[in-house]
Design a protein around this ligand. Sequence first.
Ligand SMILES: Cc1cc2nc3c(=O)[nH]c(=O)nc-3n(C[C@H](O)[C@H](O)[C@H](O)COP(=O)(O)OP(=O)(O)OC[C@H]3O[C@@H](n4cnc5c(N)ncnc54)[C@H](O)[C@@H]3O)c2cc1C
Length: 412
Amino acid sequence: MASSPDRSIVIVGASLAGAKAAERLRKGDFDGPVVLIGAESELPYERPPLSKDYLLGKAERTAVRVHDEAWYAANDVDLRLGVTVTGIDPEGHTVETDDGERLGFSRLLLTTGSSPRRLDVPGADLDGVHYLRKLPDSDALRDVFGHGGRVVVVGAGWIGLETAAAARERGCEVTVVEPQPAPLRAALGDELGGWFGSVHRAHGVDLRLGTGIARITGEKATTGVVTGDGTEIAADAVVVGVGITPNVELAERAGLSVDNGVLVDARLGTSHPDVYAAGDVANGFLPRYGRHVRVEHWANALNGGPAAARAMLGEDVTYDRIPYFFTDQYDVGMEFSGWFPPGGYDGVVLRGSLDEGAFFSFWLSGGRVVAGMHVNMWDDGVGPVEALIDGGAQIDERRLADPSVPLNELAG
Ligand SMILES: Cc1cc2nc3c(=O)[nH]c(=O)nc-3n(C[C@H](O)[C@H](O)[C@H](O)COP(=O)(O)OP(=O)(O)OC[C@H]3O[C@@H](n4cnc5c(N)ncnc54)[C@H](O)[C@@H]3O)c2cc1C
């Protein structure tokens, strides 16, 4: 246990992983001080609605909060908002904040999350160039989309496509520019990524594939973009969604092991015995894959924060969940579970109809299901997909594709 006499548990990063960890500490009957420090001035909130219902004006600000304001006082969680931790000293068991405080801890949890990768082209700093990570970003886009107009989305990943769908639903003219030959290529491959592309085209999105952004035009505010192949596209606003990078600076400066995130073991412990990490920032060792995997999705923050809390309380924890992701775009609801092996997958099996927009798809490696998703198949949901992955049995592809064979039967 901690070498510090201070019993405090300090959590750096007041978002989903951090707030859920604080909740779990109290549920686990920890009665020492819990300090939750967040650089943002908002109460801890969930980000998925920022590109969906909240962006569309269908969800209130209060609806995205992890807990309401009263919860923190009721649970004796010392929530410090608008405060940035500027340094951590694992050996000395202290953290320093930008308001000049030095706080002691017995155990420390890093849930510092991630930040959008910036677009590095001329014009990227012009007014009207947006990123989407925080509530104020979503507020700004809500306002932009409310005026209609022309929107260029840079990047056909999840954030880009969800934002494109919201902009279309608000009546904007939308162009999506993506250097890969298909949207979501790394996440789903060409066929399924291509299917998402066709959904967007059917909703009137101008999808430009195979070319990137060479520059953003305009004097003070953006007037458009020029793509790599020299095409000019007029725009009143540009939304950049080109991925994220984990916020590892604190960990790095403190000498913790960092490699594509803060390296943690299956207990979510870092290279220092009293420091833990969870959520987007953690590159966790998943025993089921025998290697480190950094998952930058909602469910990993939701479950990883509490798992780290249990580990900090000395419980026997093995965090080994199958990575899970969901998205909502137009009338498409999708859930995906799994992870591709380092060498990739060697086949995709479909069950259901792409044309009707209700199907399962399964990614296979060595004859086993390694990942699967369902689109609008809510009767079954993602449960049987995870059972198939967990079961790890050699699969009969013909039966897997046959909707008359219950998935649970295949999973054994
Ligand atoms: C617009 C949007 C839509 C999304 N939609 C989906 C979706 O549909 N499905 C899905 O599975 N996932 C989705 N995600 C991903 C999901 O939201 C993230 O995986 C999740 O937010 C990660 O939570 P976290 O708590 O680990 O980190 P974060 O949410 O990144 O929070 C980290 C917090 O730490 C704070 N912080 C960082 N450094 C410091 C410091 N030094 N001192 C104090 N505070 C600090 C940050 O300000 C931030 O508030 C979406 C993300 C975004 C942005």
